[in-house]
Design a protein around this ligand. Sequence first.
Ligand code: BUP
Length: 459
Amino acid sequence: SQPHQAHVALLPSAGMGHLTPFLRLATKLIHHHCLVTLITTHPTVSLTESQFITRFLSAFPQVTQLQFHLLPLDPSTANSTDPFFLHFETIRRSAHLLSPLLTSLSPPLHALIYDVSLISSVIPVTESLHISNYILFPSSARMFSLFSHFPNFASKAIFGDVLEVIPGLKPIPRSSIPPLLLIPDSLFANIVKEDSPKLPKSNGVLINTFEGLESEALEAFSNRKVVIEGLPPVFAIGPLVPCEFEKEGWDEPLKWLNEQEDGSVVYVSFGSRTAMSRDQLREVGHGLLKSECRFLWVVKDKQVDKEDEEGLDEVVGHELIEKMKERGLVVKKWVDQGELLSHRAVGGFVSHCGWNSVLEAAWHGVPILAWPQGGDQKINAEVVEMSGVGVWEKSWGWGGKDDQMVVKGEEIGKRIREMMGKKLLRVQAAHIREEARKAFGVGGNCERMFKQLVEEWKL
Ligand code: BUP
């Protein structure tokens, strides 16, 4: 190590939506001459996570890997069936085992950056070891405003029609609140309830966002308008962009895109952990045919990839798949989304609005048709709409999951056609892309934030 080099450890939790920003952050820290230790939890929930970590570590041999073996969890003691949430809980209950691991590191750590799902279990560890602690919030600043104010309204008559308790921000309608937060004893609600009041004990909150995308929320934070007492500083470190190590070499989608005209293809993906109902999946297929656009559709059938074994014919139906081959490419495999969105042929993105996907679309200036499926995604879809990078058809609800509602192919096709044909949307998305490049580039806000953090760590 060089003298005065900051040594930072990173502790992600579970799921690609949480891991991805951590590994992108790690590359930024390396770029800013930090020594990086990556704490990896074993076992991971999905296969994709462990493959992603392996690719990252072989691309950056200078990164120290610290293996963190977790205690077993009795799932009956945690109020959830979601394997990703259960993994949060497992890490939380094992966090005390981190102390000896962290003290064994040489040179000693300057800071630990950890996932937002781990706050109250990590803070006692960093406090006892006198290490600075920073939270990486893997969603929008708008979602952070809700997270940070949760104790203020969770105890009140649980959420009226709109949440107006966050000063400086457009009210959040009840229908946009992550459904599990509305279930008082859900594991997710319990974690947020326990962790949110601990925010003042952290040294800072890093959010993968930038001014041009979330001016309202970031302005409110920087003017201390939405700040609850003692809230640590918010660092808008975004955009954290797709990196070289993420490419895994399967290039059929790229080859197919190379044969398509500029801006003619709609890319469709609902993220790494949405298991849409089969009825809804088939309607999406019909919708893509009705849209009369070229399409690239990434199908997922199960929440965890290890269980996603059936082929496209079984999941979507043989006849439909055959028909779709004339106009599009349908795959049931992990793709390099960051790279696909950068392709000149992609002109629109039907997205569930997982925050990484929104950032990737913004980075490449690809207009979004938002179709949130769960969690924070409606709040992110609000950002998509407000920023102008996309549109949102609110009547579609939470995908096919609420009230067994199935959005019909006819309707889906119509909205896709509209989105792909909207010139204004393309102009707006191109503008956000410029803003993202400005924030990311030399002298941009992102660089400023990292310089500030590194200086802070070296003090
Ligand atoms: Br699927 C898929 N390839 O095939 P989000 C996803 N991704 O590169 P999520 C691929 O995974 P949460 C694929 O580019 C993004 O970086 C995608 O994160 C990438 O949504 C990441 O968009 C997915 O935040 O997580 O997976 O639903 O619910 O935690 O937001």
